[in-house]
Design a protein around this ligand. Structure first.
Ligand code: ZN
Ligand code: ZN
Length: 239
């Protein structure tokens, strides 16, 4: 099997048509986007050229995005990049929330959401949070500017083996892979880093911003994450 796994260019399904979208930004070039993917409704593009650019990566999760049903209870959508499987997938991470009392920078009534990082630790086999990786990048366009966080277990490379995360190599799809950070990886949005509001919000604003779907990873975030992997990590060509 090749380093990229079974996701070869010949496997990439036909690209779905674009449909109209408003008030969005292109996940490829960051220009205003008047279109979104007609299949998942979650990837936004300024043009067919940008959709074509994103498609080999986007296609990996486009169908799963639609099929993935939110479980009962409080869960946010995250990304899981298994080290030894060819493809990434969406997962659900539990959260709890408390209603803000207006004393701590959040407006009264705002639902402050707290991601269950213990669940993330258990998923990755971490014994304590500080054995993981804490890299983060700004989230894609949202009203409250959350950050995308990366969690993983660092595996000691000293055994002479060359490990790499197979599902990340498949997703970057550019003939190189990452060596710096190893093991499975979870990517999610943390609300605790949201910027505070500048103006007194209306009830309608509070309700809109309190929607936990604001911290779901989207297909636009998937592209942002892949750009990060393509440019910000220690990489080597796949031989
Ligand atoms: Zn674009
Ligand atoms: Zn799509």
């Amino acid at each position: 099997m090749s380093a990229g796994g079974p996701w070869e260019l010949g496997d990439v399904p036909p690209m779905p048509p674009l449909e109209a979208a408003s008030n969005q930004f292109c996940c490829v070039c960051d220009n205003p986007a008047a279109h979104r993917c007609g299949q998942c409704k979650s990837g936004h593009y300024c043009s067919t050229a940008c959709q074509v650019n994103d498609w080999p990566t986007h296609a990996i999760l486009c169908k799963d995005f639609l099929r993935l049903e939110r479980p009962e209870g409080n869960f946010q959508r995250a990304l899981f990049f298994p080290q030894r499987e060819p493809l990434p997938r969406f997962i659900w991470i539990p959260y709890s929330f408390r209603v803000a009392d207006g004393e701590d920078g959040y407006p009264r009534g705002f639902k402050e959401l707290s991601t269950d990082l213990k669940a993330v630790r258990e998923l990755l086999g971490l014994t304590s949070m500080d054995s993981g990786d804490f890299g983060h990048i700004p989230g894609t366009h949202r009203e409250l500017h959350p950050s995308i966080y990366f969690f993983c277990k660092n595996i000691d490379k000293d055994d002479g083996y060359f490990y790499y995360n197979q599902s990340i190599a498949t997703s970057t799809n550019d003939g190189a892979t990452i060596t710096q950070v190893l093991g499975d990886r979870v990517v999610l949005l943390l609300q605790s880093m949201w910027a505070r509001l500048k103006e007194e919000p209306t009830e309608e604003t509070i309700e809109r911003l309190s929607d936990p779907r604001n911290v779901d990873i989207t297909m636009d975030d998937f592209r942002t994450v892949i750009n990060f992997f393509r440019t910000n990590e220690s990489r080597v060509p796949i031989s």
